[in-house]
Structures are given as C-alpha cells and as structure tokens.
Write a protein that binds this ligand. Structure first.
Ligand SMILES: Cc1cc2nc3c(=O)[nH]c(=O)nc-3n(C[C@H](O)[C@H](O)[C@H](O)COP(=O)(O)OP(=O)(O)OC[C@H]3O[C@@H](n4cnc5c(N)ncnc54)[C@H](O)[C@@H]3O)c2cc1C
Length: 327
C-alpha cells in the first residue's frame, strides 16, 4: 500500500487524527514510539470537560464537536468505552465555558445542598466519561477497518517520515518538545489513585482545594484538584497538576493526600481498597498547535500537539481541523 500520510504519535490525538484521515479515503500509516496503553492518553481520567488547554474559545468549539461524536459512540458503550454520566463540576460558574456548557444535557447550577462542604458553587451536567484503555483499543480497531497500519517506530527527526510520505502529521504530544523542537510544550504532571468502587455512580470534579469554611472563598491552588470518576474497573481519584515536573513514579504521600481530599466528597472512599496508581505528563502549551508548514523536500508537515489537560475532550474537533490542513 502506498502511503499518502504518516501520522507520528499513537495517543488519543494521533489515533483520532489518523481515523479522520483514513475515513476520508487518505492512505495512512501511524508511527508510534509507545504502545497505546503506555501513552499519556491511557492515563487520562477520561472526563470530557475543558481543563488546562488553550485558547479557550477554540477549545470550546473543538469540545462541542467532540461531544457530538462521543454522544453517538455512547450508544455502543460496551465496544467504545464511552458512557454519558451525570456529575458535578464544583467551583465553576455557568459563565465559565458558555458555548460548551450550553450544549450539555441537564446542565444547571448545583444547589448548595448538592455540594460537599467547602465548595461554594458548581454545575451539574451529564457528560461523556471514557474508559480510556477500552476507548484506545476501539480507535485502533476503527483505524484498522479504515485500512491504516500502525507501526512501532521511534522518530529521531521529522525528516524520517517525510522521506516516506508526502504529508507528515506530528501528533507526538510532549514528544514534540524534542522532535520539532518546541520548548513551548512542557509537562504538567498528574497523579491518580485507583480504588475499588464503594457504590459511586456520578462523577465529581473540583479544580481548586475546598475551604474549611464556606464563608471564605476557596483558596486558589493550581497543583491540587479533587476528582472522583467512576469507571467500570474502579474509581479514579485525582489529582495533581505540577508544572514542569517529569517524574513518572507515583509518590505515596501525594496518593494519600488525594484519597483524603476525595474522602471529603465521598466518606466511603477513605476505606476503599487501593488497586493502582497512575502518573502522566500533560502536554501543555500556551495554545494547541494546529499548523502546517512546507518541508525542505517540498512535502507538507502538519503539527497537531499541545492539548494539555483536555486532549480527550477536544480530540475529534481538533482532528478534523488538523485533517483539513492535509489537503
Ligand atoms: C493525570 C491525567 C489526567 C487526565 N485526565 C484527562 C481527562 O479526564 N480528560 C481529558 O480530556 N484529558 C485528560 N488528560 C489530558 C490528556 O491525557 C492529554 O491531553 C492527551 O492524552 C494528549 O494526547 P496526545 O495524543 O497528544 O499525547 P500522548 O498520549 O502522550 O501520545 C503521544 C504519542 O506520541 C508518540 N511519540 C512521542 N514522541 C515520539 C517519537 N519521537 N517518535 C515516535 N512516536 C513518538 C508516543 O509514543 C505516543 O504514542 C489527563 C492527563 C493526565 C496526565
């Protein structure tokens, strides 16, 4: 099979972009350094909600386009791993993401009695929640059905794929830092704890720390979040967001603090059995890069990386925008 396009990167961004291109009839090969289960995308909590991804106006539009796709995929959740799950986003006013949140089924302000102690306001809505390992396998299957091939290959220089295809799409996530090279993309480390589910069926997220008293405004904290995401395999508890931290080893004290924070929302979590730990590095950038340039050899290089903390949330909208640059 002759290849028109090589996509570099097999996380949610590379896979989704490759699917969009292949389903448009483009002959695609995907090169990835890591198996899907070893990517940042496999670590993601899988909740669709914009977080630490810019620029905000574009992110909202991409998130809405992705929402439509995930809503359709949720009709076959056993195969896709996508479910529509109700939950609460604390510390967030209705005005935070007006375009995005207006599209969400059941969106409304949370009543004070619906919020855990220490959280002053919040939103209730039903959003897609993805079981990432299942979803990444689904994308692989869909890509294969569209005729594309996935190859384990580490790229040291983008001229390598450019020598084999007229168009290269760079979806290397944090790998773009070395590959482009682009120092503007940097890690924001996140740590999660997996526990057995003590009976939780709705998600809860707060991106700020709760205050001791609801009378005082929440203390802003960019490093500690509280989230509780019920997945079929257990509950994902989060989280952290440490800028420019590269360590992929779970820190026991951080894990303990996460469980403690989440237990303030659901006391039953304090006694839930821990079944795993996860750490991932969000590929954060001032702005998601979707841009094309000509290579020295006259080929086309499309950059598509830097989705920060919302790569899953925006994947389909961004992939369509990146695929539009390929023609
Ligand atoms: C703890 C945590 C929780 C998160 N929760 C959510 C969430 O709930 N919702 C949400 O929307 N987002 C979430 N995110 C963010 C999301 O995980 C990322 O935005 C997304 O995974 C980025 O996808 P990606 O494909 O760009 O990068 P990655 O998944 O990192 O994939 C990069 C790919 O590029 C390949 N690659 C890199 N360099 C090279 C090279 N030199 N040669 C060949 N291949 C290369 C890698 O092997 C890999 O296949 C979370 C992130 C973390 C860390």
């Amino acid at each position: 099979m002759r290849t028109d396009v090589i996509v570099v990167g097999g996380g949610v961004i590379g896979l989704t972009t490759a699917v969009v291109l292949a389903e448009r009839g483009v002959r695609v090969r995907l090169w990835t350094r890591d198996e899907a289960e070893d990517t940042t995308s496999a670590v993601a909590g899988g909740l669709c909600w914009p977080y630490r991804s810019e620029p905000r106006e574009l992110v909202e539009g991409w998130a809405v386009r992705s929402l439509r796709v995930y809503e359709a995929l949720a009709n076959d959740s056993a195969t896709t791993g996508v479910r529509l799950v109700p939950g609460t986003m604390a510390d967030t006013p209705l005005s935070a993401f007006p375009h995005w949140s207006a599209q969400l089924p059941g969106l409304r302000e949370a009543r004070p009695d619906e919020l855990p102690e220490g959280f002053g306001q919040g939103l209730r809505a039903t959003v897609p929640l993805l079981d990432m390992p299942v979803y990444l396998r689904y994308l692989h299957g869909r890509l294969a059905r569209a005729g594309a091939r996935v190859e384990r290959r580490t790229v040291a220089d983008l001229r390598e794929p450019a020598a084999e295809a007229g168009v290269v799409v760079n979806c290397a996530g944090l790998g773009a830092r070395e590959l482009v090279p682009d120092r503007a993309v940097r890690p924001v480390r996140g740590q999660l704890v997996l526990v057995e589910n003590p009976g939780i069926d709705a998600w809860f997220v707060a991106t700020e720390s709760p205050t001791e008293s609801p009378a005082t405004p929440p203390a802003k904290s960019s490093t500690e979040t509280t989230y509780v995401l019920p997945q079929p395999y257990g509950v994902v508890l989060g989280g952290t967001a440490h800028d420019d931290a590269w360590d992929l080893t779970p820190d026991p004290a951080t894990a303990e603090a996460i469980v403690k924070r989440c237990s303030r929302v659901h006391p039953a979590l304090a006694g839930a059995r821990v079944i795993g730990h996860r750490v991932g590095l969000r590929p954060v950038r001032d702005a998601v890069r979707i841009e094309r340039e000509r290579t020295e050899g006259g080929g086309l290089l499309v950059h598509h990386y830097g989705h920060g903390g919302a790569g899953v949330t925006v994947a389909w909208g961004c992939a369509q925008a990146a695929a539009d640059l390929v023609s």
